[in-house]
Ligand binder design. Structure first.
Ligand code: SF4
Ligand code: SF4
Length: 305
């Protein structure tokens, strides 16, 4: 089997198939994929399709499944490449084929994932240093695999036209804040450690909005965060609003962006706890010092006998 992959995150794709050129939105490509190509559906196997939160939301609604069932049946947990952030990718069947492909094509075509929409275009986004106010560098690249005959077709597009035609622009808009979080984490590298608890929260929020909703309304979440009633009403009723809210929560809890406001009394409570902890530390240090001093005095006395 040849090594084929579709990756929203660039590096998933075999580098030898990437044309050595940076493309802009106005760059032109020649490509067309349709049921008449001899390679039809050849690219829907032996692939790594990472799902974004918006992909999961659309797919499970299309398949009429709750998030946990969709995740269990169709996905496998993995780490988003070059990060320690856990996510999910589509499970392949025993022949290495996507579970949604048939000879007639993709059975979830109207709701297919972002990575499938982008192909054969890839997007790279470097958020230097992960710092606020520092521009990220974004460019596109073209994947040209031998088996893909779409490159031999006459249809010419700009990258911008391709993106609009495939509905990638809508996906990117929906996932924007989440992608920024991933890029930001990626730019920190592995040396900046992340707690296991934070990773679990990232996974839950990024993959299972049903669970995140219960986390908001059935835990102490609303005792900690100051969320106005209008926002609460919206996220109760509208999953897209819930998803947008989840990105704000992730940015706030992972990077302290302040997108969500912590209640004043909780900040005071936390400051008091920290002060108390600090008091404990000082007390313990004093006790240690006193006992070391007593031991030293005892030894000195013994020596002087
Ligand atoms: S033309 Fe390329 S993208 Fe289209 S079916 Fe063939 S291999 Fe897949
Ligand atoms: S989701 Fe559809 S387009 Fe994407 S790999 Fe599977 S069958 Fe192919």
């Amino acid at each position: 089997m040849t090594d084929k992959s579709k990756g929203l995150f660039g590096g998933d794709t075999n580098p030898s198939n990437i044309l050595p050129r940076k493309y802009t939105l106005d760059s032109k490509i020649k490509f067309r994929c349709h049921p008449g190509v001899s390679c039809f559906t050849a690219c829907c196997g032996n692939i790594n399709i990472i799902l974004t939160p918006f992909d999961i939301l659309r797919l499970r609604k299309y398949l009429n499944l709750p998030a946990d069932e969709f995740l269990l049946r169709f996905t496998t947990p993995m780490f988003i490449e070059k990060t320690d952030l856990p996510g999910v990718r589509i499970n392949l069947d025993e022949n290495g084929r996507c579970p949604f492909v048939t000879d007639e094509g993709c059975t979830i075509y109207p709701e297919r994932p972002s990575a499938c929409r982008y192909y054969p275009v890839g997007m790279a986004n470097f958020h230097e240093g992960g710092e606020e106010g520092v521009d990220s560098e974004k460019f596109y690249f073209l994947v040209q695999e031998q088996h893909c005959k779409g490159h031999e077709e006459d249809k010419e597009w700009t990258i911008r036209e391709w993106i609009a035609d495939q509905g990638v622009d809508v996906c990117d808009k929906m996932n924007k804040e989440w992608l920024e979080i991933v890029m930001r984490r990626k730019s920190f590298g592995f040396q900046a450690s992340m707690s296991e608890e934070a990773k679990k929260i990232f996974f839950m929020v990024s993959t299972d909005l049903d669970k995140f909703k219960r986390f908001i309304f059935e835990s102490s979440f609303l005792d900690i965060y100051d969320v106005d009633q209008e926002t609460l009403d919206k996220i109760q009723e509208d999953d897209i609003e819930l998803m947008k809210f989840s990105f704000r929560y992730l940015a706030s809890s992972l990077f302290g962006t302040g997108d969500l406001k912590i209640k004043d009394e909780k900040i005071k409570e936390r400051a008091a706890q920290m002060q108390e902890k600090q008091g404990d530390v000082e007390e313990r240090a004093k006790e240690t010092y006193e006992s070391l001093k007593a031991e030293r005095d005892r030894l000195m006395q013994e020596r002087n006998k």
